[in-house]
Design a protein around this ligand. Structure first.
Ligand SMILES: *Cc1c(COP(=O)(O)O)cnc(C)c1O
Length: 504
């Protein structure tokens, strides 16, 4: 450390608080972060160079957390002597780095479209390590699956007709997992548009048994939401279905319980509780708004009561990932044995299709501040070179505190720059906010600074990204820890950029 540095104010020091303190939500929701991320936060000028080279926003991804996350799931199953395999749901992020990393870690890949399937095969993943769960399967996709012997998650009988047609034209067999839904749970039926209703599935399996072009190898479901008890109900009903299908002559080898393994984005539960509480109070008018124009995030005030359901991810929850899986495996089935015992006794392979949960910690999105302006109402608008489809899922908002990395001269006078307001984006609509949360910038924010959205690899980067206004899509850089070439453009972008490598 140089003499000059010791005399600088504390903000030039590499402390955890340093990079967190420039932007705080009001009230704060501090992100869980990974070491590979904080290393980059400490060198904003290098990030700035990358954004200058590749454009704003820029997605940075790292694969090491994915390996760790997969390992946690594997160990949870191993402790219960289960034959177990994860299939990475790659629709959660398009980068091929994750396909390679998942395959190297011994996982399979769940593909949800023709392009995802084709790329995954081209990446060298063995067809037997794929499952195709596309919601709508075109003839071309069915063709690709049948000729490569990729297992198809069968959704409906028209799909079966399409598969039969392909099988009849070749000597291939169709490998199937039947997707099932409509499970009974605590007196209700769980609604879904996908797959065969559980009450009709045994009949379908019986009919399939006389079809010599296809082989039913597994039973599959994927449920909305994160409720472990619903999974226990579904598994119990699937095990009965598997017994029936085996009795009808099918060689059922696996039960695939889909994805939806929960994660937490926040460091502390208390901040999540405080935010929800402040938001409710703000909606009732008892507190100043914590969201843009008192946005309800799915809820609204009716006769003084907050009604409706929050349309956001539960940013803090427990248990997560492996702990959540364990709670399911150790739950009792109606027969009295545990889920793990029921699966083991039948010599089934247990499969799951995690997307978000194994991308936990695998990415950040970095954008450049282009303007800061004060609205007549007093709030500031911080305009980023980015649009909201570049950090958004199907739900209302990204609620985690973004991180502000100042790119300014240490000589800059920052007195009087304290700001509070909202991040706005590049689409020309009034509702174009990058975060609906009120943020404060205790030491100011200026054009040229960087804003980092933490932990965006699962869904936030790509699930809704659009090219409206003809803005180019964000580039995706893979951070290779310990490698001399520290940043490499992901293969998904390499095709439209000849110079696919960036020296750090
Ligand atoms: C989206 C999806 C997944 C992955 O869900 P996550 O919540 O990301 O774990 C798995 N399987 C199917 C069929 C899906 O549609």
């Amino acid at each position: 450390m140089t003499a000059t540095k010791t005399h600088r104010p504390s903000e030039s020091e590499d402390t955890d608080a340093n990079w967190r303190m420039h932007c705080l939500g009001d009230p704060p929701l501090e992100a869980r972060v990974e070491a590979w991320m904080t290393e980059r936060f400490r060198d904003p000028r290098q990030l700035n160079k990358l954004v200058a080279k590749y454009g704003s926003p820029l997605n940075l991804v790292a694969t090491s957390p994915l390996e760790r996350n997969l390992d946690q799931l594997r160990k949870a199953a191993e402790r219960r002597q289960l034959d177990f395999r994860s299939y990475f749901a790659r629709k959660a992020n398009k980068c091929l780095a994750f396909v390679h990393a998942a395959a190297e870690a011994g996982a399979g890949v769940d593909v949800a479209s023709l392009e995802e399937c084709r790329q995954t095969l081209q990446a060298g993943v063995h067809p037997s390590d794929l499952i195709c769960t596309a919601a709508v399967k075109t003839d071309e996709l069915l063709d690709l699956c049948v000729t490569n012997q990729v297992c198809i998650a069968l959704d409906n009988l028209d799909e079966l007709t399409g598969i039969r047609k392909r099988v009849a034209q070749s000597n291939d067999r169709g490998l199937l997992a039947m997707r099932v839904s409509g499970f009974r749970h605590q007196g209700d039926k769980l609604h879904s548009r996908f797959g065969f209703d559980i009450d009709e599935a045994s009949g379908v399996a019986t009919r399939l048994a006389s079809d010599d072009g296809v082989s039913l190898r597994g039973i599959h479901f994927h449920l909305d939401g994160y409720c472990p008890q619903q999974r226990v109900s579904a598994i119990g009903q699937c095990l009965t279905l598997i017994d029936n299908a085996r009795a009808a002559g099918h060689d059922i080898r696996f039960l695939d319980i889909g994805g939806g393994l929960p994660i937490s984005y926040l460091r502390e539960e208390v901040q999540w509780r405080e935010f929800l509480d402040a938001h409710q109070k703000a909606l009732r008018g008892e507190w100043s708004p914590v969201t843009y124009r008192n946005h309800g995030l799915g809820m609204s005030l009716v006769n003084g009561e907050v009604v409706g359901k929050r349309n956001t991810y539960p940013y803090w929850q427990s248990p997560v990932r492996a702990g959540w899986l364990e709670s399911i495996l150790d739950s009792r089935l109606p027969e009295g044995e545990t889920v793990a015992e029921g699966i083991r006794r039948r010599e089934l392979q247990l499969r799951c299709e995690p997307g978000r949960s194994i991308l936990d910690g695998c990415g950040v999105t970095v954008a450049r501040v282009e303007f800061v302006k004060r609205h007549v109402g007093g709030d500031h608008f911080v305009g980023l070179a980015m649009n909201r489809t570049q950090c958004r899922t199907g739900s209302d908002d990204f609620l985690v505190d973004p991180i502000l990395l100042p790119i300014r001269n240490s000589e800059d006078d920052m007195s009087g720059l304290q700001r509070s307001g909202f991040l706005v984006g590049a689409y020309c609509t009034e509702s174009e906010l990058l975060s609906l949360r009120r943020l404060s910038f205790p030491r100011g924010v200026q054009a040229g600074d960087l804003i980092v959205f933490p932990n965006t690899a699962g869904y936030f980067m790509h699930f809704l990204e659009s090219r409206s206004h003809q803005f180019p899509l964000a580039k995706n850089l893979v951070v290779s820890e310990g490698s001399p070439r520290e940043f490499v453009l992901d293969e998904i972008d390499a095709s439209d950029d000849g110079a696919s490598e960036a020296k750090s």
